[in-house]
Design a protein around this ligand. Sequence first.
Ligand SMILES: Cc1cc2nc3c(=O)[nH]c(=O)nc-3n(C[C@H](O)[C@H](O)[C@H](O)COP(=O)(O)O)c2cc1C
Length: 346
Amino acid sequence: MKKILSVLMVLIFCVFVQQLHSDAASDIKEAVKLYSSGDYKAAAPLFEKVFSADKSDKNMQYNTACAWALAEDKDKAFAHLKDLADAGAVFLSMLINDKDFKSLRDDPRWEKIVNKVRENINKINLALPEKHLTKKIVALPAPKTDGNVSVEKTMQTRRSVRRYKNEALELSDISQLLWAAYGITKPNDTYAFLRGGLRTAPSAGGLYPLDIYLIVGNVNGLEAGIYKYKSSGHELLLLKSGDIRRELCNAASEQLMVENAPATIVYSAIFERTVSKYGHRGRERYVYMDLGHSAENVYLQAGALDIGTCAVAAFDDLKLKQVVGMTREEDPLYLMPIGKLRKKTD
Ligand SMILES: Cc1cc2nc3c(=O)[nH]c(=O)nc-3n(C[C@H](O)[C@H](O)[C@H](O)COP(=O)(O)O)c2cc1C
């Protein structure tokens, strides 16, 4: 029952702002109250009533399934879950981890639902590209390796910034931030696994599992589109033209900074690069540690340039993969919207 509170908040918002759905809002409020008090047998029909009034509301249908499962009406719970799975649901981790479905897991129908959801996910993954096609290569200006702001100052003043000036970023800003994220500082062609050399951020075994995209909406010198940063050569590969910030924001749980920022850095990882050497430890620890090192560099470099950014990890993995057009083997990890800092006078 993870989505009930957010659904409730959205509905309450509607009631106050648009004066709509007042009956539904009070029914949901009552259903949540009954659910929270453990009276599932009373809560479930109320959820069912709300869902019946708007059958397009998948979150409400999921919550209705939860309530019926807890009320131990397995047939009704399974009917809703099957409906959702048949309609293409991809909520695998919610399904597997949601304690509300405990009573369903020994039933043979459970495995069928889980398999159907897996199938839905596989279908989406198979539609993702195996490789990227580059439309254009954009050389980035050489990054500066010296600046006017001390590293101590950037640490002291660093904050996560979620509102930006409505102004374009410069190509030199982009160059500096991507270099800070994963730029090559010690070229090396001897060891192929380094893919160009040692970088600004440390990486377990020098395996550099991260891939970095740049989603451009408003940057002087770059057409709007989806780019991939290539550390060797310090260049951007244009993968797709067009402004996708609205879709990106939607994939990031509608966090509006993602739509409003002139550009967003998107991190993904190919876990296999690290896992092939370090196994389980690589998967559970090293890739995320690598990500933290790189993202902190972006925070500090942004601070030195009077640019705001914010680490964003709340997003829908599959949606984000689709919107950015990641390859099948990549896992999305972080978004970092970037934009010029608003001054108090702006
Ligand atoms: C792993 C991680 C995930 C985060 N995800 C989000 C997010 O999805 N949305 C958001 O607004 N901030 C996100 N943040 C930013 C934190 O909210 C922020 O770092 C925290 O409030 C401390 O504020 P500060 O960065 O200004 O010191 C995330 C930070 C980390 C480290």
